[in-house]
Design a protein around this ligand. Structure first.
Ligand SMILES: Cc1cc2nc3c(=O)[nH]c(=O)nc-3n(C[C@H](O)[C@H](O)[C@H](O)COP(=O)(O)OP(=O)(O)OC[C@H]3O[C@@H](n4cnc5c(N)ncnc54)[C@H](O)[C@@H]3O)c2cc1C
Length: 282
C-alpha cells in the first residue's frame, strides 16, 4: 500500500493522476474512491504520499475493470486505471505528502470493523456473537454433522478448536470494544481482533472442507461450484490480506500494542526513487 506507484502531480489549481489501483471493492457502484498516490518521489516511502478523492462516475481518464477471484468467478473487487485524470485541488484529503496519516486512520477503522469492534452498543455486538465471525450459520455446526457421518476423529479436534474460537473471538472483540469505549484502550487494537477474526474464519472453512472431503471440491470439470464450502475457503484468503496482511498486523501488535522494538527498515529514510524496487524510475 505504502509502496504505491500511482503518481499525483500538481498543475496549478488541479492535480493530475496517473497510474492504477488494484482491489477496490465495489468500485463499479461507488460515486467516489479514495486514492493514495505518490506526490513526491524524493521523500521516503511513507512521507511522499497524498490522499485524494476521485469521482468515479463520468470523470474522463478512468477505466474500471472488475477482477476475477481465485475461484474463477467474477468478484466485485476492481482495478482502476488512471490516465491524466484531472482533479480539483480541493479533493485532496489532509495535506499534500501527508496522506499516510489519512490512510492509517482509515485502516484503523477498517480493521476495527473487520475485527467486529466499533463504537456501537456492546450488548448488540455480543448478541451477534459467532454468527458474525463465521458469516451465517457457524461452520462448526455443519462440520459436526459431517463428522458424525464420517467418524473422522482428526477433524473432530479441528471442530473443537473452531468452536472454541467461535466463543473466544467475539469475546475478545467485545472486550476491546469495551476498553475503547471506556477510553482505556487507545490506538490499533483493531489489528489484534482483525487478525484473530480472519484467522479463525479461515480455520472454520478449512475445517468444514476437511469434514466434507470430496464434496468440498471447488471445480466440477470446467464449472465452478458455488454450492459448496470450497469457494468460501478460497474467498476467506482475502480476509487475511484486505486491510493489511497478517504480517503487517503482527508488526503493529508487537510495535504499537506490546511496545516491542521496531522492525528494522533500511529504506525508512531513503528517498522513494532510490529504493531498490524503484531504482532508476522517476
Ligand atoms: C479481498 C480484498 C479486498 C480488498 N478491498 C480493498 C478496497 O476496497 N480498497 C482498497 O483500497 N484496497 C483493498 N484491498 C487491498 C488491500 O488493502 C491490500 O492488498 C493490503 O492492504 C496489502 O497491501 P499490499 O497489497 O500493498 O501488500 P504489501 O503490504 O506490500 O505486502 C506484500 C507482501 O509483503 C508482505 N509484507 C509487507 N511488509 C512486511 C513486513 N514488514 N514484514 C513481513 N512481511 C511483509 C505482506 O505480508 C505481503 O505478503 C483489498 C484486498 C483484498 C485481498
Amino acid at each position: 500500500m505504502a509502496a504505491t506507484m500511482s503518481r499525483l502531480t500538481r498543475d496549478g489549481v488541479t492535480y493530475v493522476l496517473n497510474g492504477s489501483k488494484m482491489w477496490s471493492s465495489g468500485a463499479l457502484d461507488a460515486d467516489y474512491g479514495l486514492c493514495l498516490c505518490r506526490s513526491n518521489w524524493g521523500l521516503p516511502k511513507h512521507r511522499g504520499l497524498s490522499m485524494i478523492a476521485v469521482p468515479l462516475k463520468g470523470t474522463s481518464g478512468i477505466t474500471i475493470v472488475p477482477t476475477r477471484g481465485a475461484s474463477g468467478l467474477m468478484s466485485d473487487h476492481c482495478e482502476e486505471f488512471f490516465d491524466d485524470v484531472m482533479l480539483p485541488a480541493k479533493n485532496l484529503i489532509g495535506a499534500e505528502n501527508e496522506g499516510w496519516a489519512v490512510a492509517r486512520t482509515l485502516l484503523l477503522h477498517e480493521r476495527n470493523t473487520v475485527g467486529n469492534v466499533g463504537y456501537g452498543r456492546l450488548v448488540g455486538r455480543r448478541e451477534r456473537g459467532p454468527k458474525r465471525v463465521f458469516g451465517g450459520e457457524p461452520a462448526a455446526a455443519s462440520a459436526t454433522a459431517a463428522i458424525e457421518r464420517r467418524r473422522l476423529d482428526a477433524v473432530g479436534t479441528m471442530v473443537v478448536d473452531v468452536y472454541i474460537q467461535s466463543v473466544v473471538v467475539p469475546l475478545t472483540s467485545a472486550r476491546v470494544m469495551a476498553g475503547l469505549y471506556a477510553g482505556k484502550y487507545k490506538g490499533q487494537w483493531g489489528s489484534l481482533t482483525k487478525l484473530q477474526a480472519t484467522v479463525a474464519a479461515q480455520a472454520s472453512v478449512r475445517t468444514a472442507m476437511a469434514a466434507q472431503g470430496a464434496d468440498g471440491v471447488i471445480w466440477d470439470g470446467e464449472e465452478v461450484r458455488t454450492d459448496n464450502v470450497g469457494t468460501t475457503w478460497l474467498e476467506s484468503r482475502g480476509g487475511t490480506i484486505a486491510g493489511g496482511t497478517n504480517e503487517i498486523q503482527r508488526n503493529i501488535i508487537s510495535e504499537r500494542l506490546l511496545e516491542l522494538p521496531r522492525e528494522p527498515a533500511p529504506d525508512q529514510h531513503l528517498p522513494f526513487d532510490e529504493t531498490l524496487r524503484n531504482s532508476g524510475r522517476r
